[in-house]
Design a protein around this ligand. Structure first.
Ligand SMILES: *[C@@H]1O[C@H](CO)[C@@H](O)[C@H](O)[C@H]1NC(C)=O
Ligand SMILES: *[C@@H]1O[C@H](CO)[C@@H](O)[C@H](O)[C@H]1NC(C)=O
Length: 399
């Protein structure tokens, strides 16, 4: 057991040779740069950038103090990203890296090493990292689940191809139980007890982590998917340019609150509807258009980046979000819509909604309901206040 661990402390002869060669190459290159500056424009030399990264900058600095460090750094950076590289003009501090255009907090790092985004791709523990992935899923689907709904989720997951990363948020603490399903082994499991879909989404789906995915499905567990195919769905949202969407709800759904999300026949998608008289002040506004519900929402990458920022950490039920989604896309009545050709049944299984705390004579679900309504009002109030503050600031400080 100790053997592989200890071997890390010993520099093997072959490694020694490599080190020496690297150092030598660095010295030589440094010398080259030193003598050729400024008559030779560095940016025009086609050095492989990996070679550049192995140069010991401190060494160059010490031996060629006449060299313009600023020029060297900007030449280096132009070989990498287009980021501006700045160093202190004070000589004794020259070798310190401080790059204001780096992500906040990472100014001391050379831009080439910065990895500011991530993904949910699984890697092996052995072999070449570049060969770990046989397929890079382009879409992400998350379900917020309790084990009671396992057969429903199993059926749903099977409607999503291998082009999807599957992620389960477990609100009941049961995770390994899902391993009876073959797909569970490649799924991402997040287990935190009694939290809501939007709570998980805010914590685990930061836009910089969900960034490899063209579309992100954030779904409930009680959806019937017999007439749904995810790949076909994506073709339709692409074709119609929908940034935020949901599948149409079949007439057999448990609750059909809104006309907008009801499935229509003989059409691929729809983006507006007639509501009950008096419900829509504007035909382009919710609930007549620019509107989907939050049970089976699908976001494009860009839409999700905006919506994530709108989700409040403490308003966990997400009530009010549906009416506000339109603030993230423009023009919203053309980019938010319902896909009729791929549709689902909302089964309305009470699940997490039953996991509240009974208070006095009130059942646990009543407490949850009340909280939902309260959150809806709080969200509206915050949005109104935020917009008011913005417009007041603009008025008092015109450009
Ligand atoms: C350069 O930096 C050193 C160390 O921070 C400082 O002591 C010195 O005064 C600085 N010199 C100038 C010219 O700013
Ligand atoms: C997965 O994506 C690739 C590339 O877009 C596509 O060719 C393939 O048909 C997709 N797989 C399924 C099952 O649709």
């Amino acid at each position: 057991m100790g053997v592989p661990l200890r071997s890390g402390n010993v520099i093997k002869p072959s490694e020694m040779t490599r080190l020496t060669i690297t150092t030598f190459a660095g010295v030589f290159l440094g010398f080259l740069i030193g003598v050729s500056f400024p008559t030779l424009s560095l940016t025009k030399i086609n050095f492989p950038s990996s070679l550049f990264l192995s140069i010991d900058l401190t060494y160059i600095e010490d031996k060629h103090s006449g060299l313009s460090t600023r020029k060297l750094f900007s030449a280096l950076s132009s070989l990498k990203d287009d980021k501006v590289v700045m160093v202190a003009s004070n000589k004794s501090e020259k070798t310190k890296i401080w790059i204001p255009t780096n992500p906040r907090g990472a100014e001391r790092l050379p831009p080439g090493i910065i990895t500011s985004e991530s993904d949910f791709y699984l890697h092996r523990l052995w072999g070449q990292p570049s060969e770990d992935l046989t397929i890079k899923p382009k879409y992400l689907v998350t379900f917020t689940v309790g084990y009671n709904q396992k057969s429903n989720i199993d059926a749903a997951v099977k409607k999503f191809s291998e082009n999807f990363t599957i992620m389960l948020f477990h609100y009941d603490g049961l995770t390994t139980e899902w391993d009876e399903f073959e797909w569970s082994k490649r799924a991402i499991h997040v287990s935190v007890q009694k939290q809501t879909k939007w709570w998980y989404a805010k914590r685990f789906l930061h836009p910089d982590i969900a960034v490899p995915y063209d579309y992100i499905f954030i779904w409930d567990e009680d959806l019937g998917v017999e007439n749904f195919d995810a790949e076909e769905y994506i073709k339709l949202v692409r074709r119609h340019g929908l940034e935020i969407s949901q599948p149409g709800l079949d007439a057999n759904s448990a609750s059909l609150t809104w006309a907008m999300t009801r499935k229509r026949d003989n059409t691929e998608v729809h983006m507006d509807t007639e509501e009950r008289p008096g419900w829509c002040s504007d035909q382009h506004l919710p609930p007549c258009a620019s509107f989907v519900e939050i049970m089976a929402t699908v976001f494009s990458r860009d839409a999700w980046r905006c919506v994530w920022h709108m989700i409040q950490n403490d308003l966990v039920h997400g009530w009010g979000l549906d009416f506000a989604l339109r603030k993230c896309v423009e023009p919203s009545h053309e980019k938010i819509g319902v896909v009729d050709a791929q549709w689902i049944v909302h089964q309305g299984v009470p699940s997490l909604g039953n996991q509240g705390q009974p208070v006095g004579r009130k059942a646990s679900w009543q407490g949850v309901r009340e909280r939902c309504r309260k959150e809806w009002t709080m969200f509206q109030d915050r949005m109104t206040a935020a917009e008011k503050a913005y417009y007041e600031a603009v008025e008092s400080n015109p450009f």
